[in-house]
Design a protein around this ligand. Sequence first.
Ligand SMILES: [Zn+2]
Length: 78
Amino acid sequence: MSTETADPQQLDRHECLICGYVYEPVKGDNKGQIPGGTSFEELPSDWRCPVCGARKSQFKGLALKVSPLDFRKIFAMA
Ligand SMILES: [Zn+2]
């Protein structure tokens, strides 16, 4: 059990190169039963894109930090 709390603003988004789906670490992936706050690196190696089924290797890091404004927006949408 980890007591480490990741700062959501430090979590990078990753974009699927196949379909354009963006994995938002803040939101996680409901379909893949990934809780919010899970960084892309922490996803299981057999995790697949919820839209097209692409492997993690097909994802590209966007290297964009989530701004506090985006953060609020993401939560408002969730
Ligand atoms: Zn995809």
